[in-house]
Every structure is written in C-alpha cells, then in structure tokens.
Write a protein that binds this ligand. Sequence first.
Ligand code: ZN
Ligand code: ZN
Length: 353
Amino acid sequence: MAPNISEDVNGVLFESDAATPDLALARPPIQKADNKPKQLVWRNIILFAYLHLAALYGGYLFLFSAKWQTDIFAYILYVISGLGITAGAHRLWAHKSYKAKWPLKVILIIFNTVAFQDAAMDWARDHRMHHKYSETDADPHNATRGFFFSHIGWLLVRKHPDLKEKGKGLDMSDLLADPILRFQKKYYLVLMPLACFVMPTMIPVYLWGETWTNAFFVAAMFRYAFILNVTWLVNSAAHKWGDKPYDKSIKPSENMSVAMFALGEGFHNYHHTFPWDYKTAELGNNKLNFTTAFINFFAKIGWAYDMKTVSDDIVKNRVKRTGDGSHHLWGWGDKNQPKEEIEAAIRINPKDD
Ligand SMILES: [Zn+2]
Ligand SMILES: [Zn+2]
C-alpha cells in the first residue's frame, strides 16, 4: 500500500489512500475552518424557504387530508429516492464499493432522479471531496463550521475557494466514462422535474382520484423535503452526535436514529474509517441497514457484484488503536478480550462454568 496522495488530504477515500496496515492515513486528521464571511446565494435561500413552508403544509395534508393511497405512495417514493442516493450516488458511484450491471444502474439512476439532489455525477464529486478533505474548507459541508452549515447552510452560500481549487485534482474519470451518468447529467433539467415533481403529482390524481393540491404538496413537496433533510442529517447530526468506536480523531459518529431514517447511512464513524465498504457498517451489523439488504438482494440475482468489505481483523486492530472504547462487540469473554484485562477485572462472586 503505497500512498501517493498529497499532504493536505485529510481522510481516506479509497483503499489505495491508506498508509497504515489498519487502513488509516499516516497522520491523524485535522479539523479546521476559516472565518471569512460567507457570500449568500439568495436564489437558493428563497427556494429552500418556499420548499420548507410547502413541505410543512404537505405534512399537514399527509396527516389530515390526503387519501391513504397517496400517503403510501409518498412513503414508497421516499424509500425509492433514498435508495437512489444511498445505493446509487453514494455507495455505487461516489465510493465504487460494489459494481452494478446496467439494469441495476438504470433502476438506480431513475431512483436518483426522483431524489433531486443534483446529477449523481455531481453528488459523487462533492461526496468524494467530503471524504478526502473531510472537515476542512475543501469539504463542501465542513462540519467544523457547525450544525447549520453542515446541514443546509452550505447550499445557501458560495462554495469556498479551497473546494474549487482542490476539486480540480479529484479523479472523476470513472464517472465521466459512465454513459448512464452522462445521460442523466445531460438531460437533468428535463428528467428531474418529471421524476421529482410531475410524476409524483400526476400518479395520485389519475390513478386514485386524489386532488391536485394533496398530490403536489404530499407526494412531491413533503416527500422531497423529508428525504433531503434525512440526507442532510448524515452530514450534520451524524457528524456531531454518537459514539466513535473506530476512530475517535474524526467527527463522524455512529448515530442510530439517522441510520434508521437514512436507510442505513448513520454508521458514520465506520463509514469515514472504511469508506469503500459497501455495507457502510461493520461485518454482521446489518440492522437498520435497508440499503445493504437492497444491494444483497441484487447480488443474489447477479446484478450487483464485487462488493468490497473490510476483514474482522483489520476492523478490530483499528478499533484497538484509534477507537474511543465504545465498540459494542467487546463484552466479557469475547475471544479478543486481552488477558491482562480479564485478570485485572474486579469480579464479584466469580464463577466460571
Ligand atoms: Zn460524512
Ligand atoms: Zn461516503
């Protein structure tokens, strides 16, 4: 493993970035943010303000006015668009943590377009920067700037010059070579409104006689704002609250509430420690991880393959060296519990069966 990365890189992105046997960088990461005033982007502020007001109204209609079919449809769209981000833009395209045959790629690009978080190629570029320059000014949603900035604030201001500067050196060749990603990006301004707003409004109206108001505000606006905020919580809450069993020198944390809503993307301390693991969580830890179940299903029919993961041994070595001691697998009698620890423990009324 010969690291060939520049000094200012602040997190591993692919396995080839790792410089230690337990897959870390050669030095501990840093956290920094400059205090330059931010330039506001008023167009985005107004659009996001409208979206959230419309989503509040949609949430009210979801509870008190829409037909049950519309509510179920909105829920299905939430799962579909979530998978377009988690299984598609994130685990497949940004991290290359598994490979997909073209029918699965087509499914994922449709799901991804319903999610409207920009073209998957652009999402993957931002996300690679987020891992590689994590918690510095070249990280698009640098959590060192605080909860609001890492949640939505980063979309309301001009990008930091460091992000543009260091972004030039990012390898995007695999994404640019993918015709499905290129097609989505080329026609995004036609495909996205159809997938995210027009189709979700028309289906309830024409298939089960929903009103236009209910269909638009529930299945389009409320559902869209909901999955957006869930995705942002991975950048904000999961970079702030939770244990750090794998690496205590970084902000990303294991956050179960986020994992539940984000279809398995809340095991964020693990994910930033080993970003190329297709499960974004430790081996055997598949609870609350619907995205992993989704990929495993497609692996069974051969459409997903070459899934990368990290061996138990490497994870355990890393937990011992850089973890915060909260790792859940180490209970009394675990075969990896050190002898000294067993001997040093105080036991009340001991009895070995
Ligand atoms: Zn992160
Ligand atoms: Zn990631």
